[in-house]
Write a protein that binds this ligand. Structure first.
Ligand code: CA
Length: 370
């Protein structure tokens, strides 16, 4: 009882302070009430790699912040910062690692320069789709490996969104064979960029906000981004009408929420559970949103803007697959932890593929043929 009294007193003092000093809408009567019971309200910053209010990805991060704030009754409020507002997009990892912000939202393949194994938790070319990734992460040992890796950087990772299969990208000229890729400059991050380099493309990594201008000015000849929903919002169809599929390089990209380890461990158990549960709910919610919005946006792009969706030629896909195997082998040879993660990833994928072939794969083929 004594400890509880102390906590109550501290909570009242902190809530009083926050009500006068803070204009957060979440510092409501509800948070004041819970503050009296459960200690001082905590205010976290979430830095993101996304442009402000960006559909799907940026709004997913915003939804996550809102859910945590609401589910905690205002005991843990989260304020979202777009890429560049507090730190540049590609400094999110370092900012959360050192505690400049308690939380970050991005994609682990942006951090391959920090840890060669990082991209395996987001997107692997010709790798697993969203359904298979969730199986590996939550029930196949993937999360244990991801926590082990990010723990070295003072971070706790959570899956927090999935784009589903992306598009191969927008090209300013037709791609009819492998020869047409030679010398192209393409914005394509992560392992996809490394693979593209092996087939004659010069890969460039640019944050989302810089893509339109770079493609328009001719600084790049091609770009991948996400899929119809996001690409329509960026207006990439105003520069070229050629969008190629499939997203061989991002077959089900996992977005991430990373939390500063000390900040996470300082939370009471129920708030830790709220953070984890809200991340899992956003992981599901974002995929549902993309499933609904991408097909609407594709219709708009085709019918209103004259965009052509074309398949990548077979020889291009075959060359990309060979180059993917070489790239993955190279990463495994360069870093023991990456080798360990890749082995676990590929072992799960092999088994998942065998089952997907007779379940989702067979069903989709049957439905299309019916
Ligand atoms: Ca992408």
């Amino acid at each position: 009882m004594k400890r509880r009294d102390l906590l109550t007193a501290a909570g009242l003092a902190a809530v009083g302070g926050s009500l006068t000093a803070c204009s957060q809408p979440s510092s409501s009567d509800a948070s004041a009430a819970s503050g009296q019971k459960d200690g001082p309200a905590r205010h976290w910053k979430m830095v993101t790699t996304w442009p402000a209010n960006f559909p799907g990805l940026g709004t997913g991060a915003a939804n996550l912040a809102k859910r945590i704030t609401e589910a905690s009754g205002g005991r843990l409020t989260v304020t979202v910062y777009a890429g560049g507002e507090l730190v540049p997009p590609f400094e999110v990892f370092d900012a959360v690692s050192r505690g400049t912000a308690e939380m970050g939202h991005g994609a682990s393949y942006y951090w391959k320069g920090k840890a060669p194994a990082a991209p395996f938790f987001s997107a692997v070319p010709f790798g697993m789709n969203a359904q298979e990734m969730n199986g590996w992460l939550y029930y196949g040992g993937g999360m244990e490996l991801w926590r082990e890796l990010y723990g070295q950087f003072n971070l706790v990772p959570f899956p927090a969104g999935n784009s589903g299969v992306q598009m191969a990208g927008w090209f300013r000229r037709e791609i009819n064979s492998l020869a047409d890729l030679q010398g192209l400059k393409m914005r394509i991050p992560g392992l996809g960029g490394e693979v593209m380099a092996r087939v004659g493309v010069t890969p460039v990594n640019l944050p989302g906000a810089e893509i339109f201008t770079a493609l328009q000015s001719g600084a790049i000849d091609a770009t991948e981004w996400v899929g119809p929903y996001n690409d329509l919002a960026f207006g990439l169809h105003r520069i070229t009408k050629l969008c190629y599929y499939p997203g061989w390089h991002e077959p089900g990209s996992v977005l991430e929420c990373m939390v500063n380890k000390e900040a996470f461990e300082a939370l009471p158990e129920d708030l830790q559970a709220i953070v984890a549960t809200c991340c899992q709910s956003i992981n599901n919610d974002m995929l549902a949103e993309f499933s609904a919005r991408n097909q609407q946006a594709m219709k708009t792009l085709v019918e209103e803007h004259g965009v052509e969706f074309r398949p990548l030629p077979d020889d291009v896909l075959a060359a990309l697959k060979t180059a993917t195997n070489e790239t993955l082998a190279g990463i495994a040879a360069s870093d023991p932890f990456a080798a360990k993660v890749l082995e676990a990833y590929q072992s799960f994928q092999q088994a998942a593929q065998a089952y997907t072939r007779v379940s989702e794969g067979a069903y989709l083929a049957a439905r299309a043929g019916a």
